[in-house]
Write a protein that binds this ligand. Structure first.
Ligand SMILES: Nc1ncnc2c1ncn2[C@@H]1O[C@H](COP(=O)(O)OP(=O)(O)OP(=O)(O)O)[C@@H](O)[C@H]1O
Ligand SMILES: [Mg+2]
Length: 469
């Protein structure tokens, strides 16, 4: 660790000298300034870690200089030296942000103690700041990859939500689409980033336990409650609470959550006192909440309250343009993690990845890349590094270039256009993929898609429903 630098600003030569001797003995590096002007020039040329500042200087007041120091060196604490007669100055200096003040004449022992305390505090502050930066790097927006229109909209919303007050956010999307990632990014992109981020999965606990986890409980609320306990909402004060799988929350607790969202108050289990909270609630689900409302399993009023800002993460198969970027991202990540030097995937493999239906979405893609990189030390991953079902989904489902260049439909459907892969292939998956591609090619026009598949529109609708397309 380099020596810490202390700047003494005082016009009394003797005081500077004796203080300097003492601080040097304590192992500090010492700089001196006998005027405001001299102090400014030290600030401009490298600064200091701590300033000991006299309240009265020939060419400036201590308060003026304090303001300048705080603007130029926000990390450096300032200790003011004041005379007994200037209590007001001391109070004002503390209000502006001086670390402490010390009355002249002072005991050097005391000054050294105060200086050490100040430096320790600023070290801790720097540490906290760097930890926060690390967290922001780890969980921030930069970790969410995507360039499809849908993902651009998601980025836009995260920014917007981050800057807005504590409004509630509802994230929906199939499993593995990145709901966790988005929830954290919202927290770390907001002015709540310095507060806690608390996370609970509503399906993991029975309703009464979930309630006491969230709301806390008073002593004696139930048999095991020997002491009172804060819940997540209290602990997350000033931060965010992420309620994952909100669709699984019991109906009684839903009512309590609604009250919390509307009135910003709640009661602990077994408590009678209303407790105020300041948290942002971020909820997520991979279920169809509208359907749950229609079936009476989810409160309609809560649904609308949560949905103030909806963020929809589309399934990966609907945004194949994100796949090259995601592949790059995961390769970089695993290169770092496994100390490998993979440069990418070749074109054929990328084509296969872009055509795969990805039932497990981004999580599945990540696992595929991870597996390939654990098993192989190649510079370029190719088709042979991909799992069977992905190689098959390409071979089996996409007839290949023959159909792309085909003049008429007959060419693509020729009996040997689709070859059953050696390992076999699930017929249903192929059917689903065909229906999806037909819809894609007809840009959603059902009559056209039905014609492409030589089936009736009703049959198409049935299949769309069956495959959730
Ligand atoms: N856009 C993305 N960019 C980078 N990584 C992503 C992206 N989307 C998802 N991931 C990664 O995919 C994995 C799954 O994401 P996440 O856990 O956020 O999904 P989820 O929607 O919460 O799934 P579940 O419903 O199963 O909880 C994680 O490793 C995450 O880092
Ligand atoms: Mg999740």
């Amino acid at each position: 660790m380099s020596m810490e630098r202390i700047l003494i600003v005082d016009d009394e030569k003797l005081l500077r000298w004796s203080l300097r001797e003492r601080l040097l003995k304590e192992g500090f590096e010492v700089l001196e300034a006998d005027s405001g002007k001299a102090a400014r020039s030290v600030i401009e040329t490298g600064g200091a870690d701590l300033v000991v500042l006299d309240y009265r200087l020939p060419d400036a007041t201590g308060i003026e200089l304090l303001n300048e120091i705080m603007a130029a060196m926000p990390e450096a604490p300032v200790i003011m030296m004041t005379a007994y007669s200037t209590v007001e100055t001391a109070v004002e200096a503390m209000k502006i942000g001086a670390f402490d003040y010390i009355n002249k004449p002072f005991d050097q022992e005391e000054l050294v103690r105060t200086a050490r305390k100040a430096l320790e505090m600023s070290r801790l502050r720097r540490e906290v700041r760097s930890l926060r930066r690390q967290q922001e790097e780890r969980y921030g927006l930069a970790n969410i990859v995507g360039e499809s229109a849908a993902m651009k909209e998601v980025f836009h919303l995260i920014h917007k939500v981050g800057r807005s007050a504590a409004s509630t956010v509802l994230i929906t999307g199939e499993s593995g689409t990145g709901k966790d990632l988005v929830a954290k990014a919202i927290h770390y992109a907001s002015d709540r980033a310095g507060g806690p981020f608390m996370n609970i999965t509503c399906s993991a606990l029975p309703e009464n336990l979930l309630e006491s986890e969230l709301m806390g409980h008073e002593r004696g609320a139930f048999t095991d409650a020997r002491s009172s306990k804060q819940g997540l909402f209290e602990m997350a004060g000033g931060g965010s609470v992420f309620l994952d799988e909100i669709g699984d929350m019991g109906i009684l607790l839903q009512a309590k959550l609604l009250r919390l969202l509307e009135e910003k108050t709640f009661k602990r289990v077994g408590g009678i006192r209303d407790i105020k909270v300041d948290v942002r609630v971020i909820a997520a689900t991979n279920r169809d909440l509208a359907k749950a409302v229609a079936e009476g399993r989810f409160r309609e009023d809560l649904y609308y309250r949560l949905k103030v800002i909806p963020i929809v993460l589309p399934p990966l198969r609907e945004r194949p343009d994100d796949i090259p970027l995601l592949v790059r991202h995961f390769i970089d990540q695993f290169n770092r993690e496994f100390k490998k030097h993979c440069r990418g995937v070749d074109e054929t493999a990328l084509g296969l990845l872009q055509r795969h239906p990805w039932a497990g979405n981004v999580r599945e893609l990540r696992n595929v890349i991870e597996r390939a990189m654990i098993l192989e030390d190649k510079e370029m991953l190719d088709e042979s590094d991909l799992p069977e079902e992905i190689r098959c989904s390409g071979q089996g489902v996409n007839p290949g270039p023959a159909s792309e260049t085909a003049a008429g439909p007959a060419a693509g459907v020729s009996a040997n256009g689709f070859r059953l892969p050696d390992g076999g292939y699930p017929l249903e998956r192929m059917e689903q993929e065909m229906v999806r591609q037909a819809l894609e090619r007809s840009t959603g026009n059902q009559s056209k898609a039905a014609r492409l598949l030589s089936i009736s529109r009703d049959a198409l609708r049935y299949k769309m429903k069956k495959f959730n397309l």
